[in-house]
Structures are given as structure tokens and as C-alpha cells.
Write a protein that binds this ligand. Structure first.
Ligand SMILES: [Mn+2]
Length: 396
């Protein structure tokens, strides 16, 4: 026998990135997911939490999930298992769950109804799913009437122990939204708690044939049977190097095969580095000008409206960094006392420049500064009354 599973997680429907709605980007890759479900003839799809980006999602995010589930569960007759993540409201996500279960769409949010195992028949044998939706340790304490559960790990241990000894007649699949120790994190995951108390041990899943996990946004495995599918899209610039994918999992009698099938985003999310003049020449062949970009400008001099000019070439440039202008010294700012001020404009500006850029004025820059200050003073003298440059020692 064998059971074929599609594993996905962290859709974060309704997310915005630098005030840009990603809904069209999400719809674009969900098209690919629906095609994949059809073409691979999968027996079930798992969405391991963070279906929505927030507890009260925007209406168009709800519409996108509704449309996607309709196509999967009704048009393709695919069984779908969904658990709540830390971004979801378990109660709201669980709305209509009993009704949808009639059509093999298993929504599991609140603990009181979530933990019942689900047996799903496939074309060539069945599998048994154990939903373990995200819950705070306090909720698990109350649910199990066990006052000793103060960490995610203890809470998960108690929930798994509560399942009893797992029957071995079918493959047993855990579906959980958690942070397994040893996993690689990125910037778009909201921490599950302060310090280490949010992490759980991979050993908690030792009794399962496969653990379909959500929360960490990079696709990764922790041991042979504990897997994160990763998120649907890159949701931070720290994920620029990720390849997002859906995991196609084949569970056989004594075998486990996992293939990550890459998703092709509508727009990639990348970091672009260079000098403004070079970047304005446009992207090299093969790179799209429409991607979501973090632009790191290497120029050290003053630039007029760099973002406005970049957006004429790269309309989705979202964020600009000027590493050369970030303070490199890190020490305290000099105390501008009377003595310091008496050194004159050129010396003061030289200090300021070195402070900001990390290197002293080059001779040609020094010459420009000297000329500009000289011009200002000349105009000041000619204007008579208005002082453009404060009187300083080197004026004397
Ligand atoms: Mn997430």
C-alpha cells in the first residue's frame, strides 16, 4: 500500500509587505497548488497552520481561501486537513468545521474538538492524521486539567501522550504548528514565546511515520521524518535565497519519499546591490524588473530622489538601504564644545563626514568643500546683511 500526501503550511493569506497586498501573488501560486493536486493525484492535502496572516483576516483573503478549498475539495474531491497556527484565530478558522467534514475538508482549531484522529482512505490504502493545532501552554493546561504544563514542549508532550499508543495498522501522520529545536528561523515568523520556552523537541514526534509541520518558513527536515514544507511565498527579505515549495510525500509500507516541488512566484523577492547609475541601466537579461526589491545602494555621495528614480525602472522597489551612510564608528558622538566649534566649518564638516561614512574626506572632496564654503562666504559678504555661514575661526 502507499499513501500520497501534499504538505503545505504558512499561507499567511492577507499578508501585506511594505504596504503592498500580496493577495494576487498568493492566488498565483495557489493556482499551481491546485494544478499539482490534480496532476499528482494526491490522496490528501495538509495545511499545517498560519492559513491566514491574522486572527481577523481581510475579506478578500477569506474569499481566496473559500475559492481554493472549493476547487480542491469539491472539484477535485481531495481530502484536506487544516490546523490553526499562531497567526490564526482557532475559533474563527473552525467555523463550519462539522459541516465541511461532510465533504472531507477537516478544519481543526479549538482543542476541544481538534484532536480526534482522522482516517483518510487513499487510492492504495489509508492514512491516519493526528491534528495538533497551535495552542498556548495555558490553553493546554486548561484542556487537559494539568497545571504543570508551562512550556510548548511540555504541552505538546502531554497532548501526544493523550493520544495513547498509536495503532500500527496505518501510517500515522502528525500535523502540528510548532518550532522544533534545531530548525532554521527567518524574519517573518512571529516568535511563539520569549526565550527558549517556545521550542519543542523533535522526539515528541518519534511515534509518527511523518510529522507535517508548519511555523518555520524555510523548507527543511529535522531528522528523517519531521518536516517543514515552508511558507507559500517569501515573506521577508531574509528569505531572498529560499526556494519555496510544496512537499509531495509518498508513504509506503516501509518507505518514505519526499519531493519538494518548487513554486514559481508571480514576482520574486530579491536583494539588489550596486551603484545607482548602474542599476538605472535596468536588469540584466533573465531578471525581471517587476520583482519585489530591497535595493542596497553602494554610492557614498549625495543622491537626488534615488527611490523615485529607481521606481521608474523597478516599479516594485520597496526598500532602500545606504550601507555607506550608516554610522560605522558606533562610539559616542563627539561633544561639540566651544573648542570643537572654534576649529571652523571645514574641520567640523570633515569630522561629521568621517563619523557618518567611516572614512575621512578624500583630497578632491576636501577641495570641493573648500570651494563651496568659499563661495558661500563670498555671497554672504556681497549680500551684506544675511549670514549664510556662521562666523568661524578660519574666517579670521
Ligand atoms: Mn507562519
Amino acid at each position: 500500500m502507499s499513501f500520497r500526501l501534499l504538505h503545505s503550511a504558512d499561507w499567511h493569506l492577507g499578508r501585506t509587505f511594505f504596504n503592498v497586498s500580496l493577495l494576487d501573488d498568493q492566488a498565483h501560486v495557489l493556482e499551481q497548488l491546485v494544478a499539482l493536486a490534480r496532476d499528482t493525484r494526491a490522496d490528501a492535502l495538509v495545511i499545517a497552520g498560519d492559513v491566514y496572516d491574522r486572527a481577523v483576516p481581510p475579506a478578500d483573503a477569506v474569499r481566496l481561501l473559500d475559492e481554493t478549498l472549493k476547487r480542491l475539495a469539491l472539484d477535485l474531491s481531495l481530502a484536506v486537513v487544516i490546523i490553526a497556527g499562531n497567526h490564526d484565530s482557532a475559533e474563527r478558522l473552525g467555523f463550519g468545521a462539522a459541516l465541511m467534514e461532510e465533504r472531507r475538508c477537516f478544519l481543526r482549531g479549538p482543542l476541544d474538538t481538534a484532536l480526534r484522529p482522522i482516517e483518510i482512505p487513499g487510492r492504495d490504502g489509508a492514512a491516519r492524521f493526528y491534528p495538533l493545532p497551535y495552542a498556548e501552554p495555558a490553553e493546554v493546561r486548561e484542556h487537559l486539567a494539568n497545571p504543570d504544563l508551562h512550556s510548548q514542549d511540555a504541552a505538546l508532550g502531554a497532548l501526544v501522550a493523550g493520544l495513547g499508543k498509536l495503532p500500527r495498522d496505518l501510517p500515522n501522520i502528525a500535523v502540528c504548528h510548532c518550532f522544533v529545536t534545531g530548525g532554521a528561523i527567518c524574519e517573518s515568523e512571529r516568535p511563539l514565546s520569549v526565550g527558549g520556552a517556545g521550542q519543542v523537541s523533535a522526539d515528541r514526534f518519534a511515534g509518527f511515520d511523518y510529522a507535517a509541520l508548519g511555523h518555520l518558513h524555510r523548507p527543511q527536515a529535522i531528522g528523517a521524518r519531521v518536516h517543514y514544507s515552508g511558507s507559500l511565498l517569501k515573506y521577508s527579505f531574509s528569505e531572498a535565497s529560499h526556494t519555496k515549495s510544496i512537499s509531495l510525500v509518498d508513504l509506503g509500507d516501509d518507505s518514505l519519499r519526499i519531493e519538494r516541488i518548487g513554486l514559481r512566484p508571480r514576482r520574486d523577492l530579491r536583494v539588489l546591490e550596486g551603484h545607482l547609475a548602474d542599476l538605472l541601466a535596468g536588469p540584466p537579461p533573465g531578471e525581471s524588473a517587476d520583482d519585489y526589491l530591497l535595493v542596497r545602494l553602494l554610492d557614498t555621495g549625495a543622491l537626488l530622489d534615488p527611490m523615485g528614480r529607481l521606481r521608474e525602472v523597478y516599479p516594485n522597489a520597496l526598500h532602500l538601504e545606504r550601507p555607506a551612510l550608516e554610522r560605522t564608528g558606533g562610539g559616542p558622538l563627539p561633544d561639540l564644545g566651544r573648542e570643537q566649534l572654534a576649529r571652523g566649518d571645514e574641520a567640523l564638516f570633515g569630522d561629521f563626514f568621517a563619523q557618518v561614512t567611516g572614512s575621512p574626506l578624500a583630497p578632491d572632496q576636501q577641495a570641493v568643500l573648500h570651494q563651496v564654503l568659499g563661495d558661500l562666504r563670498r555671497r554672504e559678504r556681497e549680500a551684506g546683511s544675511t549670514r549664510l555661514v556662521p562666523a568661524a575661526a578660519d574666517n579670521a
